[in-house]
Design a protein around this ligand. Structure first.
Ligand code: SF4
Length: 350
């Protein structure tokens, strides 16, 4: 558990979907417990404490663990057994001996867990929690590229559907892209999908011949270079940490103090003597940073860098997932057999 109680989203009611007023959630909660029904000094909605208790009990009953992505709201991170980035979550899923994994993230992440753990039941709180970036490429587009580049190697960012991964040779995360690309023979042409900005970053770092797919993450694209310039002027002592998915990468890459994955940012802040940071990634990460490092100050590069897919998951939906054992995420076995290969190739290297 992370003990998060006062992240930057605390105090907001559940974000989207089944909210505080959900009759379904209230009726399941109405088992002799009650809350005082009005706001207190505690920043979260009053029923959250009860929900967290119930979730803890349900986890034991179901022999479940909760894995939460860094972009999830603080209340979900509080009840999680592990909070991290895609790679960390995939590793935890694979290593866990739980029977059930409640995956509080987006669909492609739950698919990855389902493929790595075929003996476990993988649940996601909201089936509509997808990924706009992952949706920017389909399997047929990769097959077309391969017809024109029969000796080429296709590398996919982990933010892809299982069906797309099934067409790829290697999978990477924002943490390990450079390391994985260095394992590919130098003479090979590479297609990198689907994130243009991460691909540009990897191309610059590795000097490889990389064809870039023109996909992007709308949340990261919302971070504009002008906003970053202004913030840096306002906070000249702050270190500027940037995720390589950011649309501002091209202009800002040379100016960033560090280009890091979300997990890389959390670790970097720990070892940096700086006390102020400008964080260029989805704003959900600030929950974790502020809770983990209360003595340091974090400024989001853009308040608008929010992922509406991640925000579909709420504490109520996580609770209902465990109550009803919904929504089970599975991957067609034939696709899974192929899609797991680029993932395992990645896990073998890093
Ligand atoms: Fe996809 Fe962007 Fe949301 Fe991440 S933040 S899940 S890349 S849409």
């Amino acid at each position: 558990m992370n003990g998060h109680t006062n992240g930057d989203r605390a105090g907001h009611p559940a974000r989207g979907g089944v909210g505080e007023g959900s009759a379904e959630t209230r009726s399941v909660l109405a088992n002799g417990h009650h809350t005082n029904g009005h706001a207190t000094a505690v920043a979260e909605p009053p029923h959250y404490a009860l929900l967290k208790e119930k979730i803890t009990i349900l986890k034991q009953e179901r022999q479940a663990i909760i894995l939460a992505h860094n972009y999830q709201e603080g209340a979900i991170q509080d009840v999680a057994d592990f909070v991290g980035d895609s790679l960390g979550l995939a590793r935890k899923a694979k290593a866990s001996d739980a029977k059930v994994i409640l995956f509080c993230g987006v669909h492609f992440m739950a698919e990855t867990a389902a493929m790595l753990c075929p003996d476990k039941t993988v649940l996601i709180p909201d089936l509509q929690a997808g990924c706009s970036l992952a949706d920017m490429i389909i399997p047929e587009q990769i097959r077309t590229w391969r017809r024109h580049h029969p000796d080429g190697v296709v590398v996919c960012y982990v933010n892809t559907s299982a069906a797309v991964k099934a067409e790829c040779d290697y999978c990477v995360t924002s943490t390990n892209g450079v390391t994985i690309l260095e394992h590919i023979p130098a003479e090979k042409e590479i297609l990198f999908v689907p994130d243009y900005y991460l691909g540009s970053y990897l191309k610059a770092k590795t000097k490889r011949k990389i064809h870039l797919w023109k996909g992007y993450c709308p949340a990261h694209a919302a971070i504009l270079p002008e906003q970053v310039d202004q913030l840096r002027e306002l906070h000249p002592d702050a270190e500027f940490l940037m995720h390589p998915e950011c649309g501002c990468t091209t202009k800002q890459m040379d100016l960033a103090d560090q280009i890091l994955s979300t997990e890389g940012m959390v670790q970097y802040v720990n070892r940096s003597p700086a006390t102020e940071f400008i964080i260029a990634t989805e704003t959900g990460l600030l929950n974790r940073l502020r809770t983990q490092y209360p003595e340091k100050t974090f400024f989001p590069a853009s308040e608008h860098a929010t992922c509406h897919h991640m925000q579909r998951n709420t504490l109520e939906k996580a609770f209902m997932s465990l109550v009803r054992m919904q929504h089970v995420v599975t991957v067609d076995q034939k696709i899974a057999e192929r899609a797991v290969k680029p993932i395992e190739r990645m896990l073998d290297i890093v």
